[in-house]
Design a protein around this ligand. Sequence first.
Ligand SMILES: [Fe+2]
Ligand SMILES: [Fe+2]
Length: 359
Amino acid sequence: MKKEFISSVLPNAVVDSLFVVDEVTLRNSSNKKSYISCTVSDRTGRLPCKIWGDAGMSESDIEGYYNALSQSQGSIFRIAGRAALYKGELGINVNDGIVYLSKPADSSKLPDSDFINSPVDIAACKKQILALIDSIGDEGLRTLVSSAVTKADGFFEKPAAKGRHHGYFGGLCEHSLEVAKTALSIEESLSGVRLRRDLLIAGALLHDIGKCQSFEKKGLSYVPLPEYSLLGHTATAMMYLSHYRAFTDAETFRELLHIVQSHHGEHGETMPQTAEAWAVHLADNISAKIHEVDEDLKSVNPGESVWGRKSDSFVYKSASCDDTGGERGAGDNGGGNFVSGKGSGSEKKSQRSITDCFK
Ligand SMILES: [Fe+2]
Ligand SMILES: [Fe+2]
């Protein structure tokens, strides 16, 4: 039975447990010494990990371990090192524990569900997304969104990102649902403004559909494909959605593509020009930013203000905050009751739906 989980790792604690390893890169420190940077994860979360090796190791020794790790991304390794805070972010440093990294550990007696990083109740998310699609009044647009979502490779399992927000199994569908619900709440909250609900739902659910072409499954993890950085997910979304042109009229299709193309606002190539495109852009920022702040706050003590690396801003944890921490429960996937209500699955249900991804 796996005893030590990411959620229980504290600064300065000795760590010796099995974790999934991915995002493996070979880097140079400020004194020009090679080290391996990677991410380690289990069902409770992810942490950055730096593998320095012990003092007597040569550059080629480190490269050898790098080659072994990078060829087995998504596999389970024994990580033996010490946790530390670096610029406000918790991580693990490995020195002589590098000797355990020449090959994956034997995890045959442990369930995959202990290692698959996902706080998402994927079944509940999927149910709400399908209900939202069903509520689209325009038949052509409804069929387009339904086909695009259900035929995309891994829409309900892939992460929305690797580093910043929703970077876990089911992150893409959770984020897409949050953006749709937030965009609809903008529509409901504003007086004297009419947003086209069908277009809002379609654009929100499809705005990051290009992420499906950005990740591939490796072992118990998803790793970025070259498309992730070479093309970006807006370009891959445009290519993917072009197959669905015939489902609706030219004007509706153009406006749908505009929402997708402009959803990064000032950070993208095209600024939003319709009310629906602005609503999706702002809802996207809300979903991403609040999750980033929430992630940053996990390693902050009550009453402390630190620079948050994910949110790229200062974050403060209230002095009166209950800092008991713990895992996010199944069904705690954003709440709201726009269609079919908040997910209410048990942890068993969540883990079952996640491990189903591997069948
Ligand atoms: Fe995006
Ligand atoms: Fe997004």
